[in-house]
Design a binder for this molecule. Structure first.
Ligand SMILES: NC(=O)c1ccc[n+]([C@@H]2O[C@H](COP(=O)([O-])OP(=O)(O)OC[C@H]3O[C@@H](n4cnc5c(N)ncnc54)[C@H](OP(=O)(O)O)[C@@H]3O)[C@@H](O)[C@H]2O)c1
Length: 393
């Protein structure tokens, strides 16, 4: 993957807008004892944003963001590296050590032999000798082409096979031991695969963080509580509802978090932006146990978003109205509005149903177990095709 040569765009940025003292931003303590700023600045390029990422990241550091969320899949690690160096040159930070840098292993590099070269490439591109957090980006080693459309499918795609994943994870742990990674974690992992991972790891090799989609209309409270019960901190991406996400992640069923009537009403009551309502909720919920990842390409919003992590902007009543408590009196606004369905990662036996990715109905301990399932599935499917009136594709 290469970084496109894009011209810098400056009109969105206003260096006269004052920043926030990073010391005032909430921190989360990981199982290792490491301290992580709860607010992470996202760098996902989403095509349209690529031209803004360098300036946006420099501005984010100038105004006080100290946690930068990157990934090999975003195809801009070198641009983010340039931004970090520019922020140092401009005196916004004295050194890279003031930042908490999260990077991610891409699905296409989950073969054990590819893990160290992938991390080395990330370190080179970012211009750093270690990352503070290295996440396994997705549970499945299934790739899609950059910028692909929603109907992309990979015929070699497979479900989560724990035996194979542990070989990947073993390499990640080895690189932690080698000092190239400070803390390790997962992203988009599910209850079943994290249960297996925790079963087969010790204090040193256990994930410290799971980054997962979470926003007011997609709260994932049950999964989050389960993951937290394993000693893993949760951070929510697309915390604003990702209004400009790629076309492959847009579906008719989707609703906008920032346009939700309750979010709008609370914003009006408190005289804050709907974005700040979403991000304050992300910080305050579940006893302030988790964080968020959000991005913007406008200075005013970059500051507004960070300020959401500096104190409680929502009252307990407003938190209850958004989160609900399972009673009819307080239903909350969770609408199971998952934005990333993940359909581009589907394997053949999922029969095109993206919910199979998330409901743990096809998680396997060993390659042999999956091979057995695949074989019996093929036989069953043949009978089904020969006999049923209607067969899903
Ligand atoms: N682990 C994973 O699999 C995964 C998946 C997706 C994303 N992520 C991470 O999470 C980050 C955030 O996700 P995302 O960028 O898709 O979604 P997001 O942060 O929810 O939304 C970003 C969008 O919201 C707009 N926005 C930002 N602040 C705003 C404000 N105060 N008022 C109104 N609009 C505002 C931005 O537009 P402007 O730029 O015009 O302000 C931008 O288009 C990514 O950058 C990436 O680092 C991780």
């Amino acid at each position: 993957m290469t970084t496109p040569n894009v011209a810098p765009v400056v009109e969105n940025f206003d260096p006269s807008i004052p920043g926030i003292d990073p010391g005032c931003v909430r921190k989360l303590t990981l199982a290792s004892g490491a301290v992580m700023p709860a607010a992470a600045f996202g760098t996902f390029h989403s095509d349209w944003a690529q031209a803004y990422i360098k300036e946006a990241t420099v501005e984010a550091i100038r105004v006080g963001w100290r946690h930068i969320d990157t990934a090999r899949a975003y195809e801009n690690e070198a641009v983010v590296g340039e931004a970090i160096r520019e922020a140092i040159r401009k005196g916004y930070i004295a050194s890279r050590d003031e930042l908490f840098i999260t990077a991610k292993l891409w699905n296409g590099h989950m073969s054990p032999k590819d893990v160290e070269p992938a991390l080395n490439q990330t370190l080179r591109a970012l211009g750093v000798d270690r990352v503070d957090m290295y996440l396994n980006h997705w549970p499945w080693p299934n790739v899609h082409t950059p910028g692909c459309t929603g109907d992309h499918r990979n015929p070699d795609a497979v479900p989560y096979i724990h035996e194979a994943f542990m070989a990947t994870w073993g390499e990640i742990v080895r690189l932690k031991q080698a000092g190239k990674i400070v803390d390790i974690g997962t992203s988009n992992h599910t209850a079943a695969d994290l249960k297996l991972l925790v079963r087969d790891t010790d204090k040193f090799s256990r994930p410290a963080l799971n980054q997962m989609e979470m926003h007011p209309l997609f709260q994932q409270t049950e999964l989050r509580r389960y993951i937290e019960s394993l000693g893993i901190v949760c951070s929510g991406y697309m915390a604003l509802g990702s209004p400009n996400r790629p076309g492959r992640d847009r579906f008719r069923e989707h609703r906008s978090d920032m346009a939700d009537p309750l979010i709008q009403a609370i914003a009006a009551q408190n005289a804050i932006s709907p974005a700040k309502v979403c991000l304050s909720w992300a910080c305050q919920r579940e006893n302030q146990s988790g964080g968020f990842v959000a991005m913007s390409t406008h200075t005013a919003r970059i500051v507004d978003n960070l300020s959401a992590a500096t104190k409680d902007f929502l009252t307990p009543g407003q938190m209850l109205a958004i989160s609900g408590d399972g009673t009819a009196g307080h239903p909350g606004i969770d609408a199971n509005n998952r934005l990333i369905w993940g359909q581009v990662f589907l394997w053949p036996e999922a029969l095109g149903d993206w919910r199979v990715l998330w409901n743990d109905s096809q998680v396997f301990e060993t390659r042999a177990a999956y091979a057995k399932f695949k074989q019996s599935f093929a036989a069953h499917y043949q009978v089904w095709q020969a006999t049923a009136v209607c067969v899903p594709h």
